[in-house]
Each structure stands twice: as C-alpha cells, then as structure tokens.
Write a protein that binds this ligand. Structure first.
Ligand code: PEP
Ligand code: MG
Length: 501
C-alpha cells in the first residue's frame, strides 16, 4: 500500500511507526478566578514554547518563538477576556477566541493564513494548561521510529531528534508550512498532506521524501535506518548532480542549507546594498560576507560581485552600466572585502555580465591579486558563451546565467522575456555549446538562471554536461524528482532531441 503526499527533503527512512497521541484534553478548569487562571496559563505556555524554541535549529527557533509571542498577543488576550467578562469559562473562551481569530487569518490568506495552524496549537496548549492536563508529547520508544501524526505542531516538530525520529508522515500540512520548514532544517525526511492514513503503531513503513511516498513495508523485517539525504540529485542510474541554491541574504543561505542544499551556487551580492546611498566600505562589506559564509556552515558559496540592473539598481554605481567594468575602484574594494571574508568559509567569487574571454582574464587577475582563491564568471552574454573553451587556465569555474542569456539570444528585453523562452531551441543551442566549451576547457560548469528551476530544462542541462545546478530552494523537490526518473544516457538523448529545430 502506498500513500502520496508532499515530500520534504530528499532522504529515505525505513522504520516502525509510532503515532503521535491524539490531543483531546479533558479535565476540570477548577474554581480559580478565570482572569488569574488565564494569566498563569498564558505565562506557562509562553515559557514552555520559549524553552522548546531554544532547543531548535535557527529556522525552528524563530518559528516557535513567534508562537510564544502569539500566546501573549494582546489581541488574543482581549478576545478571550471579552468572552470571560461575558461569563464564559476561561477554557471555553480560549477555544472560541482562537477559532474566531483563525477564521479571520484564513480569510486574509497569504502569510496570515500560514499562521492559523500555529495559532490553533497555541490555543490547544492554553486549554490543556487551563484544564490541568498535560499536552501530548512526542512518543517515547527505545528504538528509532517513523512518527505518524495528523498534523504536527511546530512546537513539537522543533523537538524532533533525527537520531530517534527517522522520518515524519502527516495527514495534513504542505510544502511551505512551518512544520515542513522545521523538518527540513532538522534533516528529517518527511511526507506531508497524505490524507487519511490507515497505519498502526509498530507497522514498518518506508518514507521516501524525494518521491513524496509512504509505503507499508510488507517484506521481511529490516533494521530501522535513515538514508541520509545530500544536496545531490541522484539520477536513475545512480549518477549524482549537486543541486545548490540561489540566495540574496544570510537568512536565505541558512534556510537553503537547512533544507539540504549542497551550498549556494549564486549569491547576488547587490541585494545586500539596494538601500545604500553610498558605497559600503570594505569593513562593512567584509562583515556582511562573513555572515553569509557562516550561514552556509562550511558549504561552498559562490558570491557574485555587484550586478546592478534596471530592476535592481545600486545608487552608488553609474546607471545603465552592467558588468565588472562599471566602476573599477569599487570593484577592487569589493574584491578586497571578499578576500577579507574568505577565511570564514568556502568562498568562490564570480563576475556577472562578462563580455568575453579577455574580460574574464582581466577580472580573474584582479580577483587573484586581491587574494581570492576560486574565481569564475557568469556566462550570460552570447559573446562569452561562444568563447568558453578559451577559459582554460583563466578561471576556475563558470556559471550559465540563463535569464540574461535568453533575452540576449532572442533579442528581447529581459523584462519582457517569458519563462518558456529559455526552452527555445536557439537558446538551448547556445547554452549547450557554452557548457561543452567549458567542459572542453576542463572547468566546472553550473546553470544558475531560473531555467534550472524548471524540471524539464534541468534534465536537459544535466544532459548537456552541467556539473551542478543552482536554483530557488522552492524548486528543489521538483528538480530532484525529475532527475531521479531518468538515467544520464536518457538525459543526453532528451537533449539531442531538444536541440533539433
Ligand atoms: C541570470 O541572468 O541568469 C542570472 C542568474 O542573474 P540575474 O538574474 O541576477 O541577472
Ligand atoms: Mg544575469
């Protein structure tokens, strides 16, 4: 029997099921003054949530701290007190107030709706506290297990210990919910939103987060195990392809790495300084780059030097000029700051909008003179795309920027190009030849434009010989799944077909 849901992460876990106890607090609220009783319950729940938060990873901590703040929220308090003043028992008032606010949040949609599950959990905890019953805890077991729950609250998810909880399966929940974020950051393979689940305690299941499936394992008993996931996509023949993340701030880097990305393949440094009126100094920049590298926890980070454009201009650089030559003095200062930050992690630096192999050599000389060890260029102008074979010994790696390259090849404004344009055979031919040239030059070659997030195109880039992909973290699961369905030979055949006019 197999259930399908939304896979979080890309690991596989096999183990016996332990179900989360159902939360049905009963008990007597007692005769205390409802207002005092309520104040004590709010303090106790907020303190308990803060304790749980402290045990979490960075992502989990922030989410559960927000839940603690929710318990103390003056609007919630006012809604509860209003009902108590009208004669309701404190626990009944909490349930009614929580549901009234939850309805409003759900109706508002977007990020407000995302808070509904957290609010309901805060409500359940308050009610349990008011009735003097304990809140259900994660099940205890001597052997590692797969946790099965209707919906796991972030305050419980934050306590997931990957050594004990091999995998997580929930009837409800989705890709961007808080429980998903925490499971990812904990490295626990999870499948959420599987619907009604007819599995009993002790039954053996296989949780495959990559394919989003949960299978009852009727075969001979196997030892419980977690097959650790890596940031690599694994093709059907076992070939692996690193999948890195695109990011624009240290928090995004931390989240991406927490979700299992192998590193950061494109950090858009200009996004750090969009508000700046004057150019940030060397020390200020170095501190920002150190924060980025630390957030990646020793995984590789490719920081791209400033790339101002119409949609993300930098006020301290001349308008309308792209590429590394926009202001050489400022570029040198940025490279010096990056070199200062280099000891904090695994840093690689690349320049955007490089015109040709000669300009790549000029940039690489400046970067190496500043002390940078790994230097590359973004291939996003056709004039460089046709010269990648000449980059041997010039740079250490290249990355294909399909966003600008697509617009340039098709002669359309970038702001007007459509997502489907990147799959145009003329664009794909230029990308294929740029990748082939780079491989001939013995270079690592990544694809970091939005096209890498499209599962069909990601397969084609693998078939063209890209050595890694870098994409928005939200696209990871789809790309991993698509790559997992084909062999390297099939990807090459798909590429040949796609390049035919
Ligand atoms: C690109 O052009 O493909 C790219 C990755 O860079 P940006 O989108 O920042 O121009
Ligand atoms: Mg670009």
């Amino acid at each position: 029997m197999t259930w399908h849901g939304i896979g979080i992460g890309d690991g596989i876990a096999v183990g016996p099921v332990r179900r989360m106890p159902v939360h049905a607090p009963s008990g007597d609220p007692g005769d205390d003054d409802p207002a005092e009783h309520l104040a004590a319950a709010v303090d106790a729940v907020a303190a308990d949530l803060r304790r749980r938060a402290a045990a979490g990873t960075e992502a989990g901590r922030r989410i559960v701290e927000a839940a603690a703040a929710m318990a103390r929220d003056p609007m919630l308090r006012a809604e509860i007190e209003d009902r108590v003043a009208r004669g309701a028992e404190a626990d009944v008032a909490v349930t009614a107030a929580v549901h009234a606010i939850a309805e409003r949040l759900a109706a508002a949609g977007g990020s407000s709706a995302d808070r509904v599950a957290d609010l309901l959990d805060v409500g359940r905890r308050l009610v349990a506290r008011l009735r003097g019953v304990s809140v259900p805890a994660l099940p205890d077991s001597d052997e590692p297990f797969v946790l099965v729950a209707d919906d796991l609250a972030p305050a419980d998810a934050v306590l997931l210990d990957p050594a004990r909880v091999l995998g997580l399966v929930c009837s409800r929940g989705g890709y961007t919910g808080h429980t998903a974020i925490i499971a990812r950051s904990r490295g626990v393979p999870a499948v959420l939103g599987v619907g009604a689940l007819d599995i009993r305690d002790g039954e053996l299941v296989r949780v495959d987060a990559g394919s989003g499936t949960v299978t009852r394992d009727d075969g001979p008993p196997t030892a419980p195990r977690a097959i650790p996931h890596t940031g690599r996509a694994v093709l059907a023949d076992g070939t692996s392809l690193p999948v890195l993340a695109n990011a624009g701030g240290p928090d995004e880097v931390a989240d991406a790495v927490g979700q299992g990305a192998e590193g950061v393949g494109l950090f858009r440094s200009e996004l750090l300084w969009l508000e700046a009126r004057t150019a940030p100094g060397r020390a200020e920049q170095a501190a920002a780059y150190v924060a980025v590298l630390r957030a990646a926890r020793n995984r590789p980070v490719v920081i791209r030097t400033w790339d101002p454009s119409e949609d993300k201009p930098l006020r301290f650089l001349p308008p309308g000029v792209r590429g590394p030559r926009a202001d050489e003095a400022l570029l040198r200062e940025q490279l010096a700051a990056l070199a200062d930050a280099q000891p904090a992690g695994d840093l690689h630096v690349m320049a955007p909008m490089v015109r040709d192999a000669a300009e790549a050599a000029w940039f690489a000389r400046l970067a190496r003179a500043a002390g940078l060890r790994s230097v590359g260029v973004v291939v996003e102008l056709p004039s460089l795309a046709v010269e990648t074979a000449q980059l041997a010994g010039v740079v250490d790696f290249v990355s294909i920027g399909t966003n600008d390259l697509t617009a340039q090849v098709l002669g359309v404004l970038r702001t007007r190009s459509r997502p489907a344009d990147a799959g145009d055979p003329r664009v794909l031919r230029v990308v294929a030849s740029a990748i082939a040239g780079a491989r001939e030059a013995g270079l690592q070659v990544s694809v970091c434009g939005e096209a890498a997030s499209d599962p069909r195109l990601a397969v084609l880039f693998a078939g063209m010989g890209a050595t890694s992909l870098s994409l928005a973290p939200s696209a990871r699961a789809g790309v991993h799944a698509a790559l997992g369905r084909i062999t390297a030979a099939e990807a090459r055949r798909a590429t040949e077909e796609a390049l035919r006019f």
